[in-house]
Design a protein around this ligand. Sequence first.
Ligand SMILES: *[C@@H]1O[C@H](CO)[C@@H](O)[C@H](O)[C@H]1NC(C)=O
Ligand SMILES: *[C@@H]1O[C@H](CO)[C@@H](O)[C@H](O)[C@H]1NC(C)=O
Length: 366
Amino acid sequence: MNPVETVPKMWRVYVGILLLTLCIVEKVHSNTWWYVGMVSSAQLQRGPDEVRSRDPRFLKCRSMTFLNTKQRDLCLKSRNLLPVISNGAEIGLAECKDQFSTRRWNCTTFPNATNVFGKVLVRKGREKAYIFAISSSGVMFAVTRACAKGVLGICGCDTSIRKKDTEGDFKWGGCSHNIKYGDKFTKEWVDAQEVRLTKDGLMNTWNNEAGRKAIKASTKLICKCHGISGSCSQKICWRSMGNFKEVGSILKEKFDGASQVKFSKKKNRLLPIGKNQKKPTKKDLVYIDDSPDFCEYNPETGSLGTKDRLCNKSSQGLDGCALMCCGRGYHTIVRTVSEECDCTFFWCCRVVCKKCQSRVEEHFCN
Ligand SMILES: *[C@@H]1O[C@H](CO)[C@@H](O)[C@H](O)[C@H]1NC(C)=O
Ligand SMILES: *[C@@H]1O[C@H](CO)[C@@H](O)[C@H](O)[C@H]1NC(C)=O
């Protein structure tokens, strides 16, 4: 055989193997549907393909290459579904950023990557657990709310709850959030990209479920009184999810108390790492790997480091300069801000204020 010919052939095989490996690695590490949270809801509602095609919904669902087959099928169920899920991914993301704004890892996202959260997902750590849980609860929140508003056409309010005995305390009325539907739909959506019975799959589906449980934990009974001025002779109640901030806080607590587990190949299950460790409940977050300390910039772990992060000088906690700056110290920047103060109201209708200058000290990690 001519040796000149074999070289490019071998080369092609190598490239093929390399690409295949990359694809597999990418599949394992990224839950790419999060990307719909980065594509704005408005964009999803009016894509250019809508004009070109007779069935825009089909084309749009199909063109979302970062969704898998199951998700594309679900996507076809309702034309408003994608914007709703996008909204769910967005509120999950925003809440994650808010909850972690004063932590070393602050839920950093990379808007241009389909793997929205970057390298932090390579490690099966607490951060990954929280990301999965908050995304799952974000989708459940958005879907359940959309059901109640009737915008999906495939679900509505929970009417079966009205059969529940209230022991004469109140009457069911209004629109109870359909938690059961939201849960079921969300499970299908968020677990669709998981291969169960693998380390990753078990951990991710566990945390996805913990996210949905947090929504359930936030639901409460809302009541309205009817009757002659305050007599409350008739009380009408319905079940409602709490606001999403509550869900974010519940999951933040679960993050701090997350259980470390190991994968048992023999039993195909996640088990507590030590005999004395308490078994995690379905409401708890579980993780397998320890996290990096996120002190220094390290692209391998997805750590951006805490240089130039704002810290709280008077706090001994995680937001305090000692812990946030990892012992490197901090520098202080003084700003003067002017704001309106000592306002006086003149009849009628004028408000006159003075301008007050105040000094604001801010501390940043070295
Ligand atoms: C990310 O995308 C935006 C707009 O799509 C673009 O302006 C920006 O340069 C991109 N950033 C990187 C790092 O690719
Ligand atoms: C989050 O951390 C990164 C890297 O340390 C920083 O650039 C960014 O400003 C932080 N975001 C917020 C909201 O503090």
